[in-house]
Design a protein around this ligand. Structure first.
Ligand SMILES: Nc1ncnc2c1ncn2[C@@H]1O[C@H](COP(=O)(O)OP(=O)(O)O)[C@@H](O)[C@H]1O
Ligand SMILES: [Mg+2]
Length: 312
């Protein structure tokens, strides 16, 4: 049996088609990644799957239940962390967890046990007495994700849960999730960050403009997209001729920002970087800062969309 079975799912907002007949299924014990740029339809999909909104068309089975006919039955068995923050400003961190556990009818003893564990796992011990309104965005997000684990569930939906988290908190959350999955939880996970999908997901659907472009494993996705890197070079001073100087470099896309920043995207980043450094060196142009990072999927999407538009 599939955990999630989606057929021809469509959602219109007025005249606008936010989701245009998508199909996929998620097996038990999987982390299913749902990847796409802003506005692709990720949050709309999560809201549909968690029965918060109704589809315009299509069918939807969650944990074997017809989710359109029996939304409440579905809601009792799933966990959801939506993209928009939800918290009561004046509650403290521990009261937030406590209250959430009460909502789910967890016994008082069990609530205490789970809360203490989650406070440690999400590094909230030191701020347990702080009120939500006094927390940073990342801390609030951690509370929001942590409290979802106050109750038991078979299937958890996470909508871009790592937004606002620093790298260490991000990694901790991914590892926490991995651990839960190894004890049987199934997860539907949206993001626009390829490395998260690679680290966490067994399978991934790519969505753009309300349509699924492909469903694949992260390994084979990475083979297709993962070679591309973004190189950023910050020059010590403004060089007005920089555009002409780098004009002949092929196999990359170069963008310039206010005369001192050069942003290069390429699948052959090492080669391109060597060529650029040689030119800068020959011209005695001083570099203040340089970085090279894998291009995130959102940028690749934007590029694909731009290329697509210019080919038409
Ligand atoms: N309640 C709504 N009313 C009208 N349009 C909406 C509504 N919610 C989302 N949209 C639009 O639907 C599209 C998909 O949105 P969303 O699912 O939030 O994308 P994502 O989560 O991938 O960024 C966007 O163009 C968005 O502006
Ligand atoms: Mg969203």
């Amino acid at each position: 049996m599939s955990c999630i079975e989606v057929k021809n799912l469509t959602k219109n907002y007025g005249d606008f088609k936010a989701l245009d007949g998508i199909n996929f299924s998620v097996k038990p014990g999987q982390v299913f990644g749902f990847l796409g740029p802003n506005g692709a339809g990720k949050s709309t999909t999560i809201k549909l799957l968690t029965t918060l909104i109704k589809p315009t068309n299509g069918s939807l089975q969650i944990l074997g239940i017809n989710a359109i006919q029996n939304p409440l039955e579905v809601r009792h068995k799933i966990g959801v962390v939506l993209q928009q923050p939800s918290y009561e400003p004046t509650l403290t961190v521990e009261k937030s967890l406590e209250k959430y556990g009460m909502m789910w009818n967890i016994s008082s003893e069990e609530r205490k046990r789970r809360m203490e564990k989650l406070l440690v796992d999400f590094e909230l011990v030191e701020i347990r007495k702080k009120r939500n309104e006094d927390l940073s965005i990342g801390q609030r997000r951690r509370v929001q994700v942590a409290r979802e684990f106050m109750h038991d569930m078979d299937l958890l939906f996470l909508d871009e849960p790592t937004v606002g988290l620093d790298p260490s908190a991000r990694r901790k959350l991914l590892d926490f999730i991995k651990n839960k999955v190894s004890s049987g939880l199934t997860i539907f996970y949206t993001t626009h960050i390829l490395s998260e999908v690679e680290y966490l997901c067994d399978e991934v659907a790519i969505i753009d403009k309300g349509k699924i472009i492909t469903i694949d494993t992260p390994e084979s996705l990475k083979k297709k997209f993962g070679k591309e890197k973004t190189i950023k070079i910050h020059l010590s001073e403004k060089i007005s001729s920089i555009k002409e100087l780098l004009n002949d470099i092929k196999e990359c896309e170069i963008n310039f920002e206010n005369g001192t920043n050069i942003i290069i995207q390429s699948e052959k980043s090492e080669l391109v970087l060597l060529k650029i450094l040689k030119i800068l060196n020959d011209e005695n142009i001083e570099i203040e800062d340089l970085s090279a990072v894998p291009t995130n999927l959102e940028e690749i999407f934007l590029k694909m969309v731009r290329e697509n538009a210019s080919n038409n």
